[in-house]
Design a protein around this ligand. Structure first.
Ligand code: ZN
Length: 352
């Protein structure tokens, strides 16, 4: 099911592509490059209820996207090199850096072979408790719950909230309402408890649901053995840093880096804010990431990289390779930077 917002965005991107306004803008503007975000790469599957479809692309589209950027003259670089280029400022050639969040196991089978075939460097951001298997993929558990049930009862401090989830439309709206509740009304810790209890009440075992979906430590070491791969930190518990007090936020950043150093023998210099949107990471958190010693930290705020980002290396925007926009007519205008600039009301910097 495709939401109205996605349909409108597709129309806008297609219009930019067919009129060529994005290509005209690309010639006029002067960004340094872009940092791509990947979450999951899987073969296409047909399912009706897929609220997390934006997080998954096919191996074929990844291959296409890299090919397109190469043909347009982008230099694919590591995050170390991206940082150096941002600090150096403008050079003629644009850069592209590939980043992978969470370390889903399908990256090993479906994404890394494509990246290696193109000799493209890639950064995998690991959340240590996800890799341990002690923290679950709660957003996917919630998807399974809403998909399976026709009616849901969510216990809250204000009493029980009932949701009719008998149709696809109602499932979609319920999923969004629940995500909003879980990311604004309860703590990060409580959020996991609520989803686990809700799953149990529906007969779903949250622990076994995602077994084997995330790379284990051997997988991380295997990936890291490639000269193209780097490992970055993504917090211990995959939490929205902005919702934590400073000590807890610092602990999430540093403890994960310590663990990665113990597991791989290398201390990570780069960090990705889980979720990465405005409510999950803000100016205070960009400062904390800098104090924790990270050379860069990336968000999911959409945007390209400009010379001004040299002063904001721990609050960098990225461009999601989005599963809902897996067509040249959508992806090509996105890489021009025009849609994200319009979305940010013509501001190149979004670091507040
Ligand atoms: Zn993540």
């Amino acid at each position: 099911m495709i939401q109205r917002r996605t349909k409108n965005m597709r129309r806008i991107l297609s219009a930019m592509n067919y009129t060529g306004v994005d290509r005209l803008y690309r010639r006029l503007d002067c960004e340094l490059g872009l940092i791509l975000t990947l979450h999951r790469v899987q073969d296409a599957e047909v399912r009706e209820f897929t609220p997390n479809a934006h997080l998954t692309i096919t191996p074929e589209f990844l291959d296409f996207a890299i090919g397109l950027l190469k043909r347009r003259g982008y230099a694919f670089v590591s995050m170390d090199e991206a940082r150096d280029r941002i600090k150096r400022g403008r050079i003629k050639e644009r850069f592209a850096a590939v980043t992978i969040d969470d370390g889903y196991r399908d990256m090993m089978d479906k994404a890394i072979p494509v990246l290696e075939a193109h000799s493209v460097p890639y950064m995998i951001y690991i959340a240590s408790a996800l890799t341990d298997g002690s923290v679950g993929l709660w957003w996917e558990t919630l998807e399974k719950i809403v998909e399976q049930q026709d009616m849901l009862c969510l216990p809250t401090e204000q009493g029980e909230l009932m949701f009719d989830t008998s149709t696809l439309n109602r499932k979609a709206s319920t999923y969004l309402e629940m995500i909003d509740y879980l990311t604004t009304q309860v703590s990060e810790q409580q959020q996991r408890v609520v989803v686990r209890q809700l799953a149990a009440s529906c007969g779903i075992d949250a622990d076994s649901l995602h077994k084997g979906q995330i790379m284990n430590w051997d997988d991380v070491r295997t990936a890291n053995a490639s000269s193209l791969c780097s490992i970055g930190s993504h917090t211990v518990n995959h939490v929205a840093i902005a919702r934590l007090d400073p000590d807890a936020a610092r602990h999430e950043m540093v403890e994960c880096a310590d663990r990665l150093e113990r597991e791989t023998g290398e201390r990570p210099d780069h960090f990705a804010f889980p979720y990465g949107h405005h409510r999950a990471a803000g100016a205070r958190d960009f400062e904390l990431a800098s104090e924790a010693g990270f050379h860069t930290a990336v968000t999911t705020r959409p945007g390209l990289i400009f010379p001004e980002h040299a002063q904001h290396l721990t609050g960098l925007p990225r461009l999601s390779v989005n599963g809902l926009f897996q067509r040249q007519r959508y992806f090509s205008p996105l890489t021009s930077g025009l849609p994200t600039l319009l979305n940010a009301r013509l501001r190149r910097l979004d670091v507040a």
